[in-house]
Design a protein around this ligand. Structure first.
Ligand SMILES: Cc1cc2nc3c(=O)[nH]c(=O)nc-3n(C[C@H](O)[C@H](O)[C@H](O)COP(=O)(O)OP(=O)(O)OC[C@H]3O[C@@H](n4cnc5c(N)ncnc54)[C@H](O)[C@@H]3O)c2cc1C
Length: 516
């Protein structure tokens, strides 16, 4: 046996990473094992919204919406570099939800989340030229606020904070076996290591059921796998706002600014497997039709420059259709006595249970938005079972890189200190790294100090940072998740980048240190 941990977390998506952060900040000994890349699956394939989920009001899911809106406030404050408020334009659609219902829903949305920083909702006015110009005519409607995040980078920030507080983060390694022993769990990793842990956290996302099988635990809970896809087209409109388009089937489609283009999503397609999800022609047709019905400029399948698909692992609550399954999460604990509680079984209320019961806590469902809250609840559920202390340590804690104050003022400081970055690169890097830029760039005084240019605006200094500080193991980790710069690269640049990567791996070792 190499080492003993309090928690062995399986899965480096948003939920596993958030639990690692919460537990390590409580002083627990934590190991997180991810078989691919951090955020390599669902957590890099979302719509990237930090939102209450306006749509869930219609399903009377008030608790979920209130919890998510409260998290939205916290997250915008905790990672102002990465999570930015965004205005959403919601055109009225004749024959669908009456105007007064939408107005009432938005008033509720403004009220129940303890909204402090985000602008409140209002009706669209004739003077809203930037909002109305891309649309067909003037449909009327509303404008409201939510926030946008780079989902994969939020996962990495959780992991950086966890590692800075002692968590061991391992990627590219799977948990292939887990067995209950007298005082906890003994797990075998795909590199042959054997790890001892007092509790197991099953944050395997769509593979939560498979992981339970690996651990030999029977569970009454199941997930429903529902694919959601986005298409990206050349920029459809100027501005940094988004659109929420109501559909005749009562679904909604978001139109979002995305890496210089416009992303359109999502769909709800039940699937049997979460492996390698990809968009199909029907989904492309549905998304193009949704935008073409509302925008002045129609969108055709030939306009699609790229797409991405992810698989939601929704807790199967027995709902009829994929779109009405609750987006709430469930934490199921299997210990000596076995127990389960829905959603807000928050920190501290899991007094039942025996210390030394070798618990496994499984995460069913969840959202990027509610992962911090979920982590707090998970650590609270496990604490009494392990005889450990659980304080709510992340409620008001900044994420690494979040010490920037006002984002615009910070960008101006960065431009003044490292003028050679230029406007677009400085803005991109502020968003990605925030106040960690001081550690990355230090006294570099000119472009030569950034090392070789590697294409897409990446230089050696930044790529090495991703590799040595952010667990990027492959060129794709760096170009598709730590950044999206691969999109702007030619095939030749990508090949050259891969060659550079291979050489660099041989020369510079990763190290993870405390950052702010
Ligand atoms: C299309 C779409 C749009 C969405 N939009 C939003 C949104 O706008 N806002 C929002 O808040 N939420 C959104 N979500 C929901 C959100 O993306 C998910 O709830 C969240 O990413 C789930 O995270 P997770 O950590 O549970 O799962 P995952 O991110 O899938 O992570 C699970 C990880 O476990 C690993 N794993 C599995 N088995 C093993 C093993 N044996 N050993 C080691 N590792 C293992 C996998 O490799 C994987 O990386 C969206 C989801 C989809 C699909």
């Amino acid at each position: 046996m190499d080492q003993t941990f309090d928690l062995l977390i399986v899965g480096g998506g948003i939920n596993g990473a958030a639990i690692a952060r919460e537990a390590s900040l409580n002083g627990w000994r934590v190991m997180l094992v991810e078989r691919g890349d951090l955020a390599g699956e669902t957590s890099s394939r979302s719509s990237g919204l930090i939102h209450g989920g306006l749509r869930y009001l219609e399903q009377y899911d008030f608790r979920l919406v209130a919890e998510a809106l409260a998290e939205r406030e916290r997250l915008v404050a905790a990672a102002p570099q990465l999570i930015r408020p965004m205005r959403f334009v919601m055109p009225q659609v004749p024959g669908l939800r009456p105007r007064w219902i939408v107005r009432a829903g938005l008033l509720l949305y403004d009220l129940i989340g303890g909204r402090r920083t985000l602008e409140r909702s209002r009706s669209l006015k004739a003077g809203d030229a930037a909002y109305l110009a891309p649309l067909q005519g003037d449909p009327g409607g509303f404008v409201y606020s939510d926030a946008q995040v780079d989902d994969a980078r939020l996962v990495v920030l959780n992991a950086i904070d966890a590692a800075a507080n002692g968590a061991e983060i391992v990627t590219g390694i799977a948990v292939v076996r887990a067995e209950r022993v007298a005082d906890g769990w003994r797990a075998t990793l795909s590199d042959g290591r054997v790890v001892a842990a007092r509790a197991l956290v099953n944050a395997a996302g769509p593979w939560v059921g498979e992981m339970l099988a690996v651990a030999g635990v029977a569970s009454p809970h199941r997930v429903r796998l529902v694919k959601g896809s986005h298409i990206v087209v050349p920029r459809l409109y100027e501005g940094s706002h988004a659109y929420l388009l109501q559909q005749a089937d009562r679904r909604i489609v978001f139109v979002l600014p995305w890496e210089g283009g416009t992303a359109i999503g999502t769909t709800d397609v039940p699937v049997d497997t979460a492996a390698d999800p990809a968009i199909d022609a029907e989904e492309i047709g549905y998304l193009c039709a949704a935008v073409s019905a509302a925008f002045a400029r129609p969108v055709f399948p030939a306009d699609v420059v790229t797409s991405w698909s992810g698989v939601r692992a929704l807790h199967d609550d027995g709902a009829g259709s994929a779109q009405t399954v609750s987006r709430d999460y469930l934490l199921a604990v299997d210990a000596a006595k076995g127990e389960a509680a829905k959603g807000d079984a928050a920190a501290g209320d899991a007094a039942a249970g025996d210390a030394g019961a070798a618990p496994v806590l499984s995460v069913f469902g969840g959202k990027i938005t509610t992962a911090r809250h979920l982590a707090e609840a998970a650590v609270g559920r496990l604490a009494p079972l392990l005889g450990l202390r659980a304080r709510r340590v992340t409620r008001d804690r900044r994420f690494p890189g979040g010490a920037i104050g006002d984002p615009d003022a910070y960008l101006a400081q960065v431009r003044a200190r490292w003028p050679f970055l230029g406007e677009a690169r400085a803005a991109r890097m502020v968003r990605a790294y925030g106040s960690m830029l001081a550690d990355m760039l230090g006294d570099i005084g000119d472009e030569a100090g950034m090392g070789r240019a590697l294409g897409g605006g990446l230089t050696e200094v930044e790529a090495r940072w991703m590799r040595t500080r952010e667990w990027a193991r492959t060129p794709a980790d760096a170009l598709e998740r730590r950044s999206k710069l691969g999109l702007a690269m030619t095939a030749a640049e990508r090949a050259a980048f891969a060659a550079w990567w291979q050489d660099d791996v041989a020369s510079v070792q990763p190290h993870h240190v405390a950052l702010q």
